[in-house]
Design a protein around this ligand. Sequence first.
Ligand code: EPU
Length: 316
Amino acid sequence: MVLDSDSKIWLESRFKNSVRFDESMSKHTSLRVGGAADAFVMPEKPEELVDLIRWCRQKDIPFLVIGDGTNLLVKDSGIRGIVIVLTKCLMTITGRDMERNGIIVTAPAGARMQALCSFAVKNGLKGMNFAVGIPGTVGGGIMMNAGTAHGSIKGVLDSIKILLPDGHTKIIMRENLDFEYRKLSLKDEVKEGNQGQPIILGACFCLRPSDPWKLQKDAEKILKERKERQPAGLHSAGCFFKNPLSGKTAGDLIDLAGLKGKSIGGAEISLKHANFIINRNKASASDILALIELVRVTVSKKFNINLEPEVKIVGQ
Ligand code: EPU
């Protein structure tokens, strides 16, 4: 616990019902594992978020901003410092008129990716359907350059708005963003260590006018295909490993290594899609970490390929 009693009093008076102490991260991650965060704060207004970040920096208290916890594995001893969730502020999606090459839709970091996909379909805007079925928030999706075989965030983004470590905001156009496979690097904006990490506040997406009915049918087809291939309704973090840059996919390699259905404790490699690790029966983070290690060692021995996790592993 890095919070002294004065810090707790400040957090309680500033955030009232929106702060919890010793909050189990298993309640806030789709894998449903992880120990407690010292404090868990859900700011309800952007000003509260800015205040909280400024206070953390002044007090030198570590913080971690998360989206919906859908791509996150929190270790069993939890997180020292403050976990900040944006899903109670920064939520409203708005459309703007024709600009440059298309229609600009503004989505704040705390909005759900699925809300953005639905907004686009309803308003007859083409471009977001690649993301149909991807869980999590817009902020998380941008940081992870979320995507599927149909496309990724990079392809539809116009610009992002970030909160800099000095409290100022900055807009960065897509052409100046450094995207990689499943990753956005903001290293040019990073000043010193983790406390210098900028925070995504929202983004503008460039979409194109299209027929809402056609878009809806297309979205239904993509969702159906996804359900056929992936285990739905079970506790997972989606695909666990990044696909190698060329050759077979991670799911294919794990499958060929004979690991489908393999379990350690309550964690299991999905029988439906080998790149999904499922919390089948009250798994701990240690169970999942042991299963990941088994996958990496087995795939490395068999194919001489090092699989890298796509899911972010945090905590102690
Ligand atoms: N495959 C197997 N066995 C398996 C799973 C897959 O042999 O158990 C082989 C099949 O040949 C299949 C191929 O792998 O045709 C590709 O599988 P899939 O179409 O499911 O694609 P993927 O590369 O495994 C990627 C994304 C998914 C996304 C799907 C669909 C990554 C790491 N994963 O999966 O994203 O939903 O394409 O577009 O890029 C996620 O990011 O969490 C995620 C699930």
